[in-house]
Design a protein around this ligand. Structure first.
Ligand SMILES: *[C@@H]1O[C@H](CO)[C@@H](O)[C@H](O)[C@H]1NC(C)=O
Length: 269
């Protein structure tokens, strides 16, 4: 381990009052779209380096058995005016989602969910660009009773078109799933962009015990935030979703009955 890494860990420990561990931070994500599953880790995206207008980077933190996380933003060049932001979305099977803007450096944000979606949203005008950010996370509470299926999946799709089904291998989805699907073409918002996701239900419980929740991010907005658009339940056959910005789908199932899931056909212009 380099001494810089060590100082860095000591620094983080002084923020979080953690016991000091000798291992280096792992995983460490610097590319958009990564999924992190280590009990602690960091996301560092273009710190001290200028990002592009319209960037839409998304990461997923999913630590097995995690119930909540501590997140510290330790570096940010995004400015404080609300044009550029990092939003952490806490997802749980048994609680409503919570979106938290990380605005203050060196403050501990408690993220109350089993899965955390981290969204970097850059305003579209070049005049509001700045430098990126770095954050450190650790699973705050781990519990065997977090009741999230190990067969849950996370997909961050950055292409312009995709066709996928869930479960991917066919068959039935599992009990207590919490799976995520993010559509963010090229991790970049461009003028006149439109994303379409057609959801075809192959088989889901007929009531809303198993469901897909839909969230939209605005195209270009001051103080942007995720908007919950609604749910897709088993009695729907086919739903067409369309948004000018990023789309997030969260699939969750309960502890009874399993079915064939759904198919997603996605296209962005
Ligand atoms: C979604 O469905 C609509 C209506 O059937 C169709 O016009 C459109 O091309 C479909 N989009 C994709 C991405 O499959």
């Amino acid at each position: 381990m380099t001494s810089i890494t060590l100082y860095f860990i000591l620094f983080l420990n002084s923020l979080l009052f953690l016991p000091i561990y000798a291992d280096s931070i792992s995983p460490f994500a610097s590319n958009c779209g990564e999924i992190l599953s280590g009990e602690s880790g960091a996301i560092s995206y273009k710190p001290f380096e200028q990002f592009r207008a319209g960037e839409r980077c998304v990461w997923v933190i999913r630590v097995p058995h995690a119930v909540s996380y501590n997140v510290v933003l330790y570096n940010s060049g995004m400015g404080s005016r609300g044009y550029n932001k990092v939003i952490v979305t806490a997802l749980s099977r048994d609680k409503a989602e919570v979106h938290t803007d990380l605005s203050l450096i060196d403050r501990n944000y408690f993220i109350d969910g089993s899965v955390a979606i981290v969204t970097f949203y850059a305003y579209e005008a070049a005049s509001s660009t700045g430098a990126g950010f770095s954050l450190y996370y650790e699973a705050a509470v781990l519990s065997e009773n977090n009741h999230v299926s190990p067969y849950s999946f996370d997909y961050v799709i950055s292409s312009n078109a995709a066709e996928m089904r869930h479960p991917a291998v066919g068959g039935s989805y599992s009990h207590n799933e919490l799976s995520t699907f993010v559509f963010t073409p090229n991790f970049l918002w461009v003028n006149n962009q439109r994303l379409t996701v057609n959801v075809t239900v192959l088989g889901m419980e007929q009531n809303c015990d198993d469901m897909i929740t839909v969230y939209y991010l605005p195209d270009s907005s001051y103080k942007a935030s995720w908007r919950k658009v609604g749910r897709i339940c088993g009695f729907e056959n086919r739903v067409m979703l369309s948004n000018t910005g990023v789309i997030l789908l969260v699939f969750q199932s309960d502890e009874s009955l399993e079915n064939n899931g759904f198919q997603l056909t996605y296209y962005s212009t």
